[in-house]
Write a protein that binds this ligand. Structure first.
Ligand SMILES: Cc1cc2nc3c(=O)[nH]c(=O)nc-3n(C[C@H](O)[C@H](O)[C@H](O)COP(=O)(O)OP(=O)(O)OC[C@H]3O[C@@H](n4cnc5c(N)ncnc54)[C@H](O)[C@@H]3O)c2cc1C
Length: 87
């Protein structure tokens, strides 16, 4: 962080990084502060992005890159302690 940063963003989760990218595209200088020392290991997990999320990724200019590795989900199941939810 230095005196030239206009915005300080706390947290390098998807919201913090998306905010940083959006500000950068507008020419606004910022810095992202993250308390974790490393990326968390999420081997085997996936991220489900719904249509509004894809629209946001399109706006940020990264959707086209991500579409190459994304797999469309036609349906999925969620198991919880109350039972099984189908979407
Ligand atoms: C098991 C699980 C599965 C999920 N699956 C999906 C999914 O498939 N699709 C989906 O859309 N969403 C999913 N979610 C929800 C999704 O993870 C959250 O909505 C999303 O990560 C929120 O992003 P965020 O950037 O707001 O917060 P986070 O991802 O929580 O990031 C916040 C960051 O801020 C950092 N931080 C916090 N406090 C400080 C501080 N004081 N100083 C510095 N750094 C700090 C943290 O270390 C963290 O890196 C899932 C959540 C869980 C728990």
């Amino acid at each position: 962080m230095d005196d030239n940063d206009d915005v300080v963003i706390i947290g390098a989760g998807i919201c913090g990084l998306a905010t940083a990218l959006a500000l950068h595209k507008k020419g606004i200088k910022g810095v992202v502060m993250e308390r974790s020392e490393s990326l968390r290991n999420v081997t085997g997990a996936g991220i489900a992005v719904r249509p509004n999320g894809w629209r946001a990724l399109d706006q940020l200019g990264v959707a086209e890159i991500l579409r190459h590795t994304a797999v469309p989900l036609n349906w999925y199941l969620i198991h919880c302690f109350l039972g099984l939810f189908c979407f």
